[in-house]
Structure formats: structure tokens, C-alpha cells
Design a protein around this ligand. Sequence first.
Ligand SMILES: NC(=O)c1ccc[n+]([C@@H]2O[C@H](COP(=O)([O-])OP(=O)(O)OC[C@H]3O[C@@H](n4cnc5c(N)ncnc54)[C@H](OP(=O)(O)O)[C@@H]3O)[C@@H](O)[C@H]2O)c1
Length: 226
Amino acid sequence: MPTALVLGASRGLGLEFVRQYRADGWRVIAAARSDEGVEAIKALGAEAHKVDLTDAGAVAGLGWKLDGETIDVAIYNAGVIGPRTEAAQPVPRQDFDAVMHTNVLGPMMALPLLLPFVETGNHGRGGVLAVLSSKMGSIGGMESNRAWMYRVSKAAANAVLKAVSLDARHAICVALHPGWVQTDMGGPQADLTPQQSVSGMRRTLAGLTHNDNGSFHNYDGTPIPW
Ligand SMILES: NC(=O)c1ccc[n+]([C@@H]2O[C@H](COP(=O)([O-])OP(=O)(O)OC[C@H]3O[C@@H](n4cnc5c(N)ncnc54)[C@H](OP(=O)(O)O)[C@@H]3O)[C@@H](O)[C@H]2O)c1
């Protein structure tokens, strides 16, 4: 039975990853920062851990709890959008801290910690380590500066993923754009349901090869420029 790990899984795309991998018979380990999130994960038959991904001690504690595990797919899903600004205007320090801590510090703490567990995944051939990014973080594709705090944070998250991928020996490390999805973050008018987005991302993750290590993909597998 393969094992998936989902970090930031209380609702939205993270909880949908838990639901779909469980429905496919996978063992799923997931983390959320609230008691409600932990209960939502448990209700889907997954193992739940209470972890605020901006808390260094909690992330390190998760590492200890994972001791001896082999993980086939690990996903850093947690993200916050921050202020939905219309232009590149000065950023208040508290907005910077809130967005950068979850979207950048969290991956910088969690991804290096998870890599060894993923290296042994997929029967020793190497599992997949993914970060939920956004095409809003694509510098090459940037055509708007709306919500620029979020854009900057996802560009940085992409750099985190790329840097971690250089340490991978067997694992395949990728950044994923989920599409514009009907979650609390995406809003009800978005293009895709969480079911559509997550089934597309799972298909993309399952089809990756070692040549994809250190790359950035849309939910449907199409490459996205950094
Ligand atoms: N929806 C879209 O259209 C879209 C588009 C592009 C990229 N994305 C990315 O896809 C990912 C999932 O987005 P979503 O649409 O599912 O967002 P969402 O509905 O707003 O859910 C965000 C999730 O992240 C968790 N989280 C945030 N900060 C955390 C922390 N410090 N520790 C633990 N968990 C934390 C939240 O937990 P709480 O319930 O505790 O807040 C929640 O489970 C994000 O990285 C987002 O940036 C989404």
C-alpha cells in the first residue's frame, strides 16, 4: 500500500488530496494546524498530526514522528494569499511575515526534512516531493502584479523547490500549479472543482519521470516557465 503525506490538509485542495488518495486505498498521513483540521483528516481515515507549518519546533517534531517511514508522495500544500492588492505598493511587515512564513519558511523547513523519507519511496526508485505553488509565482509568465505579496512568495517557494531538487538522488521534486480552483482561496467563480484539480495533479504526479526533477507543472502536466 503506497503512502502519501499532505501538509496543510484541513480544507480545500489539501483535504481533497487526502480524500482521493484514501479512496484509492493509499495510506495517508496528513497535518493541519487546528483541532477541526485534524478531525477532518481523521474522518477520511488518515493519520493526522497537529502541525503549524510556521512553527519550527512542530515541523521538527513531525520529522521525529515520521522516523522509519517511506513516503511515495509528499505534498507541501499549505498556502495563504495575503492582501489582494491591485498594484506593487508598499508591504506592511505583518503581511510579509504572515505570507512568507507559511509559503516560504514552511517549505524551507519541511522540504529538506521530508526529502530523505521520499528518497526511499516508490520501492526504492524514489518518490515524489511536491510543493503547491501558483503560476502567479512564475516570473517568466508574470503579466499582472495583483496580490504581489503572494506572487513574490510563490516565486520564492519555486526557488526553494528547485534548490531542494538539487539534493535529490532518487526522488522527483516538482512545483505544481493547481489551476484556478473553487476553494476558500480561489472563490466560487473559479474554473475548476477541487476534485478536478486534485485528480489532474495526482495524474501528473503519477506520470513524472526522473527527467522532471526540479520542474514546474500545471495541474494537467503542462510545463510552466519559472
Ligand atoms: N485555489 C486556487 O485557485 C489556487 C491557485 C493557485 C495556487 N493555489 C495554492 O494551492 C494550495 C492550496 O490552496 P487552497 O485553494 O486549498 O487554499 P485554502 O482553501 O485557503 O486552504 C489553505 C490550506 O492551507 C492551510 N494552512 C495555511 N497556513 C498554514 C500553516 N501555517 N500551517 C498549517 N496549515 C496551514 C490552511 O489551514 P487552516 O484551515 O488552518 O487555515 C488550509 O488547509 C496553496 O498553497 C495555494 O497557494 C491555490
